[in-house]
Design a binder for this molecule. Structure first.
Ligand code: ZN
Length: 225
């Protein structure tokens, strides 16, 4: 029988990591909860970013969702790519005290005091957002690069414009649709990213050649650091 003794120096370092290392590492990451379609609730514990949400549940036969709106208050920004019902529902937005950044087609008719002025570079709390004009059907559509306290996120929206992927910085997370991922991969146009997160997929979707991609289930949490 062996007797295991705990080395006090080792113990001291374990405590050091517990009390200094872990809380610091934790505070540096964002938590993203997948709601459905292109909707994520992303937070650093203080500011909340809602992407393409609130949308109309089940619109165009895409994902239905259940979401507890009462748990999302405080400093909240809706970041909207285009006006289609599976991305934005003005009626649902009207009931929330959230801010919004989106194309004119989306924000027309919404309360002025909740609109962030659209410009080349938009600053909201710890976020700096660069809207990038891109195409999608006959809509006014934007993809977005977001810098969140140094972490860089890119949201493609529904576009298939390879041009929006050009000249991006190295990303912490790329949010991209399965069809655009395929096209970008074929054209060798994918930007460098620590995480590739597929969105607007179908339940149990298989995305070819997407090894290491995250294909979230509804309500799944993803850590971005
Ligand atoms: Zn869509």
């Amino acid at each position: 029988m062996t007797c295991r003794t705990v080395n006090p120096i080792k113990l001291f370092f374990i405590f050091l990591v517990m009390f200094l290392g872990l809380p610091k590492a934790y505070s540096q990451s964002l938590e993203a909860q997948f709601i459905g379609n292109e909707a994520f609730r992303i937070t650093d514990g203080k500011t909340i970013l809602m992407t393409d949400f609130p949308y109309k549940s089940g619109a165009y036969d895409y994902m239905e969702y259940e979401f507890d709106f009462s748990g999302t208050t405080g400093t909240v920004l809706s970041l909207i790519t285009h006006r289609h019902d599976d991305h934005f529902a003005p009626v649902l937005f009207a009931n929330q005290g959230w801010y919004i950044l989106g194309p004119g087609e989306v924000t027309v008719g919404l309360p002025q005091n909740r609109l962030l002025p659209f410009s080349e570079k938009v600053i909201f709390e710890p976020l700096t957002i660069w809207p990038k004009k891109s195409t999608h059907g006959n809509t006014e559509h934007y993809s977005y690069l977001v810098d969140w306290s140094g972490r860089k996120l890119f949201f493609t929206g529904d576009t298939e414009d390879l041009a929006v992927l050009k000249d991006l910085p190295e990303l912490n997370a790329l949010f991209i649709t399965p069809w655009f991922y395929r096209k970008a991969k074929l054209n060798d146009a994918l930007p460098e990213s620590k995480k590739i997160i597929i969105y607007h997929h179908l339940e149990n979707d298989i995305v070819p050649e997407c090894l290491g991609c995250i294909i979230p289930m509804q309500n799944e949490y993803i850590e971005i650091n």
